[in-house]
Design a protein around this ligand. Structure first.
Ligand code: ADP
Length: 669
């Protein structure tokens, strides 16, 4: 059993003219002590009733109440039933209420004498306290807010006495007789009844002849002063706490982003944490260069109901705010985008689009009301941008120290991105070194086998030829043919190797021209036919549309590429098989050329490996058909040279293969 209505609520219901105010705990402590001291210093025997939220609060004041009880028999102290506190009539009346009783949220004190009266009736307002963490809460204890009445109005005090005595009887009905005495000594019942007719406390205050009232102007001023001091203290605490919170936030974001060595991960974490910490409606962080036209947004923090920009193209060149931030190399915050009237947005720049219009278009489309843009810089170089948007749902202004905090995070982000990228580059470099090492070993193996074997063959043939003058003519011819074939193999290997080195060095002068693809294909087919006996080559078919646009490439390298792919197709396809070449325009504004064969095919897991230097399915030392193992590596370099792509397809062994490459073409008007 407990009472759920506060004394204050009942009092205000009865006397609606009372206007409760906010008091800090420190003020209530001072006021309560002053009221108690007044009793201790006086000669009267007043009625004293006090309620404590918790037993331990009463323990701190118990000695004062014991002293008060020596002066007056009518002392009632109420506190929550917790450990030792219980109903008793020893020194003064103690009344234990249930902890769930509304009284445990209240701070009430009444002093009602014959000649003066004061009362304090308050309820704690935890809802007015912001969310502080534990350490701050201790600091804030003195600033706990209460709402209530503090007055010396006799009529109010009598009503409060009546309400508090009612509660006393609720918990301790056996005190009825003593309470009855209090009623008659202090004139409670008669005045309370009378005042029920009137709700204006001042008019009916007949016995208000206070000569030592706490409510004189001086006391009021003192309380106001006390309250103001507490306010100031609270303000300082709050700003200190906010500052500390921000510092902790910067540290935690920095620690999180510094933990990752993956640039994408770093940006992803920072976007989420920063958006949340700033209470932004939308937070974007993206990598960009000062000269970029646009970027694709892949990291975004959103609060409910805000339109997402993820996956969309975010304009940069046409965005005057972006251009201005890049120019100044410092953050800009616009808190009211629809009221903007600043020089740089009014001045027309070099773009064809007018800055003011395009600014309006972007802010309206994405509902941006407040816009903060901070560049991510590293040694003066723009690495990316942080954007915080306030849309309709959150229009609280960001203050100077918020902006400083985001700026500090952007600086950390710049360093973290550079660190992560350096690591990624190192990894890359490591892989390249490993590849180089593999190539070197391969090269030694190739040199060992490819160069030494033909050289030995040539040497043996020529020595035998030289030392045996009586050798039959046919035998001599075989010796010379073998020496010649191996000499040719050597020449090809050295030639391909030099070609690949040249292409890889990046020093090739591409001689771009407009070419008819069909003519280039025909040229390479005739080259193949000239090098192979007619019955060794499978049938070659060309399917190139006559209206195909002209391609833009270096003719010599294009024919070289086609010859290498065709040569492979013929080499790995039986003479009764088929090789087809076709070409078409694709969606990326390129021509895609495909050379398909019905030959031995490639295992799906080797489709990428075939483009590596010296890759040969049989291994470099067990070659069955001619070739250097450099043809596809050279092809890849040629295609890369004009910005195209090359790839292989095959269903697997004996299922044939398709080699595709793309090449730019000239657009006809
Ligand atoms: P190679 O001089 O050995 O032909 P390439 O670099 O041109 O060197 O080709 C590398 C390897 O790729 C070949 O040895 C072969 O195993 C495989 N390959 C290339 N083209 C084809 C094809 N059309 N069909 C099947 N395998 C192929």
């Amino acid at each position: 059993m407990s009472i759920s209505t506060s004394v204050l609520t009942e009092l205000v219901q009865f006397l609606p003219n009372l206007k409760p105010q906010i008091y800090f705990k420190s003020s209530l402590t001072a006021l309560s002590h002053a009221m108690e001291d007044q009793v201790l210093a006086g000669t009267e025997q007043p009625l004293v009733i006090a309620t404590f939220q918790q037993e331990r609060f009463y323990r701190q004041e118990a000695h004062r109440y014991r002293k008060i009880a020596e002066l007056t028999p009518q002392v009632y102290v109420m506190a929550a039933l917790e450990t030792e506190f219980q109903n008793s009539s020893d020194n003064h009346e103690t009344v234990a209420f249930y902890p769930q009783d509304q009284l445990s949220q209240e701070w009430n004190l009444l002093v009602l004498g014959q000649y003066y009266s004061t009362c304090l009736v308050c309820v704690e307002r935890e809802d007015l306290v912001q969310n502080y963490d534990i350490s701050e809460q201790l600091l804030m204890d003195q600033a706990r807010p209460f709402q209530g009445i503090w007055t010396s109005d006799r009529q109010v005090s009598i009503k409060v006495a009546e309400l508090l005595l009612e509660r006393t009887l609720y918990y301790r009905p056996e005190l009825a007789e003593k309470v009855e005495q209090a009623y008659s000594i202090y004139g409670i019942r008669s005045v309370a009844k009378k005042s029920k007719k009137s709700s204006n406390p001042t008019k009916s205050n007949s016995i208000s002849t206070d000569y030592s009232s706490l409510n004189d102007p001086f006391a009021y001023r003192l309380v106001t002063y006390l309250q103001a001091g507490q306010h100031e203290l609270l303000r300082v605490y709050r700003s200190l706490a906010a500052k500390e919170r921000k510092e902790r936030l910067v540290n935690s974001i920095t620690a999180t982003i510094r933990q990752s060595l993956n640039p994408q991960e770093v940006i992803k974490v920072a976007t989420q944490e920063l958006g949340e910490a700033m209470g932004a409606c939308r937070c974007l962080i993206y990598r960009c260069k000062a000269t970029d036209n646009s970027v694709k947004i892949s990291n975004e923090y959103l609060c409910n109901d805000v339109v997402s920009i993820i996956g969309k193209t975010w304009l940069l060149r046409e965005n005057p705010l972006f251009q201005e931030v890049v120019k100044r190399q410092e953050p800009i915050y616009i808190n009211q985008t629809d009221e903007i009237d600043i020089d740089w947005i009014n001045n027309n720049n070099n773009n064809s689009v007018k800055p003011k219009e395009s600014f309006k278009k972007i802010t309206q489309k994405w509902e941006i009301k407040g816009w903060l843009m901070i560049p991510i810089l590293y040694q003066g170089q723009l690495l990316g941008m942080v954007e915080l948007h306030q849309c309709n749902c959150n229009l609280s202004l960001w203050k100077e120290d918020d902006l400083l905090m985001v700026d500090a995070i952007a600086t950390q982000l710049g360093a973290a991105i550079i660190q992560a990228e350096t690591y990624a580059n190192l990894e890359d470099l490591n892989q390249q070194l490993e590849a180089l090492e593999r190539t070197r070993s391969n090269l030694i193996a190739i040199t060992g086998h490819e160069l030494r074997t033909p050289l030995s063959t040539i040497l043996i043939c020529l020595e035998t030829y030289n030392q045996e003058p009586d050798m039959p003519v046919e035998m001599r011819k075989i010796m010379l043919d073998t020496a010649l074939t191996d000499a040719e193999r050597l020449r090809k290997l050295v030639q391909d190797f030099l070609k690949l080195s040249h292409l890889e060095s990046g020093r090739v002068d591409w001689n771009l021209e407009s070419l008819n693809l069909k003519e280039c294909i025909d040229l390479s087919i005739s080259g193949i036919r000239a090098h192979h006996a007619k019955n060794q080559v499978p049938g070659i078919q060309t399917e190139v549309p006559s209206d195909l646009p002209l391609v833009e490439a270096d003719g010599e390298w294009l024919v070289e590429l086609l010859s290498k792919l065709l040569d492979n197709a013929c080499k790995f396809t039986n003479s009764d098989g088929k090789v087809t070449i076709n070409a078409k325009c694709n969606e990326e504004q390129m021509i895609e050329v495909t050379i398909s064969d019905t030959g031995r095919g490639i295992e799906p897991n080797r489709l990428n490996a075939v483009f590596e230097r010296f890759y040969q399915e049989e291994g470099s030392l067990r070659r069955s058909v001619g070739g250097t193992g450099l043809g596809l590596a050279i092809s890849k370099q040629i295609v890369n040279g004009w910005g195209g792509e090359i790839w292989a397809d095959s269903q697997g062994k004996n299922q044939g293969s398709q080699f595709h490459f793309t090449i730019p073409y000239l657009e006809t008007e």
